[in-house]
Design a protein around this ligand. Structure first.
Ligand SMILES: Cc1ncc(COP(=O)(O)O)c(C=O)c1O
Length: 484
């Protein structure tokens, strides 16, 4: 079934399309085409939808039909629109583009782009060493069939040790190895969340988690996080008590994108409330290793669990490397067995070789993670200094961990700014990607996973187009949109 976007709907989505930089120099049709490409880029306009008839859009936008015709022609030429005479025009992506893990499509060949859309580090040099050692270890496994739905024993043990060291005694039977944290989330949801059930998530939250909930057609409620104050304990607990969601998905360990760390007190109260309402808690610990300021970490949320209501998920992507695709679930042993039974209907097991690489990396965890932290502190500080100097109106709390800074902008311009930044070689993930229904336009996530000179360069380019937006049309200040 092809869905159709009407003139009025597209006009609303386009917002300040005419405020793109270069508007004065370039004709309207180019600005309109660039704005539609931008909507496709940040996922606000789906692929395969029919755009309005030229006359409808011209009327809705208050421009001439010639302008819309020329914009559609431009989009056809760039491969973003397919048209059939008499039938209409559909959105598409040009050949050679792909959808990235962030949900943003990226040109494969665009090496000059500074990519701040993706919050992940390049691999540490220890990875190649670990891979060589793992290929030797592989001989020990070649005599068997190689299917380990819960993961190879030595990796399950290493991950269990990590939890025990954090103050949460854990046995290997409570660990299931997955192909990344996202895979862990998907599997847990398959088991725990009936289609259409209610879930509670933070706003902002990790966009691909929203995608996983979308796939289960979940009814999503949100708890809004402030840039400075993190979780409001009373509001969060009231949301659980009143909404009685089937499941809550939270990122208490250096939350993506805000970098917040949940207090011990709230962890304890959250679990008690979840027990009372029968809510399962899925706790995403992707960033737990990446504390950047020397401070004691609170106990894991699961440390307060008495009724097997808490499932923890985590992985190697943030402290080690995303390309490894190793994640895990920590749950009660019978739950792990049920997950494994569900998993064989999906992908059978994770690759043995990759798990062996993970074993080697975890054996050297203290050293590797310490170096990652040092690197991230330097990059975070460079980013903070660059934003403070170039964009002094932006507000943010310096993150104490994780890999992202969540900036509150000086106006509701995140999507327009991201489109403009793309034109000057910086890819951004605008605020609305981290929320529902197009909210969070006043926010922007800035990861500090690239080398410091790239971060400084990117911020200066962003500042250039930010003030360019103002010269064309000063965005009117609006009260923050209600976060539903
Ligand atoms: C909060 C959170 N959960 C899960 C993931 C996905 O991680 P993985 O690469 O292990 O699937 C990410 C990656 O950015 C993340 O930020």
């Amino acid at each position: 079934m092809t869905s159709l976007v009407r003139g009025g709907q597209l006009t609303r989505l386009l917002g300040q399309w005419h405020a793109l930089p270069g508007r004065r120099r370039s004709p309207d049709y180019l600005a309109l085409a660039a704005a539609v490409r931008g909507l496709l880029a940040d996922g606000r306009l789906p692929l395969g939808v029919r755009l309005p008839a030229e006359r409808d859009l011209a009327e809705a936008l208050g421009v001439s039909r010639t302008t819309v015709s020329a914009a559609y022609r431009e989009l056809r030429d760039s491969g973003h629109l397919a048209s059939r005479r008499g039938a209409g025009s559909w959105t598409r992506l040009p050949a050679g583009h792909r959808v990235a893990s962030s949900g943003l499509w990226t040109p494969d060949d665009d090496l000059d782009m500074i990519d701040l859309g993706c919050a992940a580090l390049a691999a540490p040099h220890e990875l190649a060493v670990a891979a060589r050692a793992a290929s030797e270890d592989l001989y020990r496994y070649l005599g068997g069939a190689g299917y380990y739905p819960t993961g190879i024993g030595e990796l399950r043990e290493a991950v269990a040790r990590g939890y025990t060291d954090r103050g949460l005694p854990t046995s290997a039977e409570q660990i299931m190895i997955t192909s990344g944290t996202q895979h862990a989330l998907d599997l847990v949801l398959r088991m725990a969340l009936p289609a259409g059930a209610g879930v509670l998530v933070e706003s902002p939250t990790y966009p691909n988690a929203l995608a996983a909930f979308g796939a289960r057609r979940s009814r999503i409620g949100t708890h809004g996080l402030a840039t400075d104050a993190a979780w409001d304990a009373d509001l969060l607990l009231a949301a659980v008590r009143q909404g009685r969601p089937r499941l809550a998905y939270l990122i208490p360990e250096f939350h993506n994108p805000t970098g917040h760390l949940m207090t011990t007190d709230l962890r304890e109260r959250l679990v008690a409330t979840a027990h009372a309402t029968g809510t399962d808690l899925v706790i995403d610990e992707s960033f737990v290793d990446l504390a950047l300021d020397a401070e004691p970490m609170p106990p894991p949320v699961a440390a307060f669990d008495r009724h097997s209501r808490v499932v923890s998920i985590g992985g190697m992507s943030k402290a080690y490397w995303g390309g490894l695709r190793i994640g895990w679930v920590r749950a009660a042993a019978p739950h792990v067995q049920r997950l494994a039974a569900a998993r064989v209907g999906v992908d059978m097991a994770s690759p043995v070789l990759d798990q062996l690489v993970a074993v080697h990396l975890l054996a050297d965890a203290d050293r590797i993670v310490a170096a990652r932290r040092t690197q991230l502190v330097a990059q975070r500080d460079a980013l903070v200094a660059a934003v403070t100097a170039a964009l002094p109106e932006w507000r943010f709390t310096v993150p104490r961990g994780g890999v992202t800074l969540w900036a509150e902008l000086d106006g509701p311009v995140s999507s327009a700014l991201s489109r403009a930044a793309e034109e000057v070689g910086v890819r951004l993930a605008p605020g609305p990607r981290f929320g529902l229904d197009g909210t969070l336009e006043r926010f922007l996530r800035l990861p500090f996973t690239l080398p410091a000179p790239d971060l400084v360069d990117a911020v200066n380019r962003i500042a250039g187009v930010r003030y360019g937006l103002d010269q064309v049309a000063r965005p009117s200040w609006r009260e923050p949109a209600v976060i539903a």
